[in-house]
Design a protein around this ligand. Structure first.
Ligand code: PLP
Length: 398
């Protein structure tokens, strides 16, 4: 089959199955059309008004619109919209705040942190910087007293707060108080929760973090990209230099335009209601799964995701759920003794199904189906049919 045919099949897969990977979402048609536009054809190394290529009159305007919208939406004075994605954006944030070989401190992967937060040995953040990792406690929660103890012993130059599999509210204020005691910078990576922050259902790190990074394609519903923010003029210059020419060449202008469109959408009242519904849906899904006897890390959720501790066999569970049309990812649980390739749990999120308009009643149905599949409590075949019927009732929005 050719690529066009495969794209059509992928569109059908996305429409006929439940996308419950918490980092995924459906971008609007307006975002996608900006992203697939002629802007793809243009080279624009540099920044608006300071390009190394001619012909950037309109590109400059588009990038300035994206910057202004992000400044307004998040309430920050400086924004860089050029990072190609979350990982290079974190690399730029680290490069802007510490020198190679200096100490950084982030949350361990199995505790819900991200690879780019200092995961040892195999990542740039663990290889080129001295990395110390804090962990969650026995209940799966970040214990800020323990973070403080470790920070005071280790004295990292940069402390990273931000998660990829943590179902609770992050205390940016407390984290920044700890960092102040040791004169460390704070990087808040709000990739997962940015939509919840602008939607008013998660506290903002503005005022507490020196640098804020978010990807634009998760709860924000934009194109695959990232933005970096700060209110510190000195760090602003360092961030710009770290992104270009430090790590990147020409910005992906079509993505910048998609980010501008997504940021306008995220500033609407409709988006605030959407963010609220994401959280409500996650809470109901968690409550229902608990009723079926599932063990959730931290005992539940305050945000858009939940991690189910199956005690092993996360991979099989994810494969069986995919067979039934429920798409999740297998995931480590805190202090997991199983290997990352087949960890103890699965991770579920509500952003994409909420984009389709699903609410509490649908979460109850989904929890029942997860129980049927994972606990082999029913007939898998009928779940597949029922999932497809539900998907038909809630088409992917355009
Ligand atoms: C918290 C966090 N930071 C950074 C990233 C990296 O983003 P990307 O996959 O766009 O490189 C992710 C992606 O899942 C993430 O969850």
């Amino acid at each position: 089959m050719n690529v066009d045919g495969l794209i059509k099949l992928e569109a059908r897969r996305q429409a006929e199955t439940l996308q419950m990977i918490p980092s995924e979402n459906y971008a609007s048609e307006a975002v996608k059309s900006a992203q697939c536009s002629v802007l793809n054809n243009k080279y624009s190394e540099g920044y608006p008004g300071k390009r190394y290529y001619q012909g950037n009159k309109y590109i400059d305007e588009i990038e300035n619109i994206a910057i202004e919208r992000a400044q307004k939406l998040f309430g920050v004075s400086f924004v860089n919209v050029q990072p190609y994605s979350g990982s290079p954006a974190n690399a730029a944030a680290i490069m802007a705040t510490v020198e190679p070989g200096e100490k950084i401190m982030g949350l361990r992967l199995s505790g819900g942190g991200h690879l780019t937060h200092g995961h040892p040995k195999i990542t740039f953040s663990g290889k080129f910087f001295e990395s110390v990792q804090y962990d969650v406690d026995a209940n799966g929660l970040i214990n800020y007293d323990e973070v403080e103890k470790l920070a005071i012993i280790e004295k990292p130059k940069l402390m990273i707060i931000g998660t990829t599999a943590y179902p609770r509210i992050l205390d940016f204020r407390r984290f920044s108080q700890i960092a102040k005691k040791i004169d460390a910078y704070v990087l808040a990576d709000i990739s997962h929760i940015a939509g919840l922050v602008v939607g008013g259902v998660h506290p903002s790190p503005v005022g507490y973090a020196d640098v804020i990074m978010t990807t634009t394609h998760k709860t924000l519903r934009g194109p695959r990209g990232a933005i970096l923010m700060t209110n510190d003029p000195d760090l602003a210059k360092k961030i710009d230099r770290a992104v270009f020419p430090g790590l990147q060449g020409g910005p992906h202008n079509a993505t910048t335009a998609g980010i501008a469109v997504a940021l306008a959408e995220a500033g609407s009242l409709k988006f605030r209601n959407y963010a609220r519904q994401i959280v409500k849906n996650a809470r109901v899904l968690a409550e229902e799964l608990i009723k079926y006897g599932f063990k959730l890390t931290t005992g539940g959720t305050d945000n858009h995701l939940l991690v189910v501790d199956l005690g092993g066999g996360g991979k099989d569970a994810a494969i069986n759920l995919e067979e039934a049309g429920i798409i999740v990812n297998y995931n480590a649980v805190p202090h997991d003794t199983h290997p990352p390739a087949n960890p103890s749990g699965i991770r579920l999120g509500t952003p994409a199904v909420t984009t389709r308009g699903m609410k509490e009643p649908e979460m109850k149905l989904i929890a029942g189906w997860i129980n049927e599949i994972v606990n082999r409590a029913g007939e898998g075949k009928s779940v597949k049919v029922e999932v497809k019927e539900l998907c038909k009732k809630f088409p992917v929005p355009i």
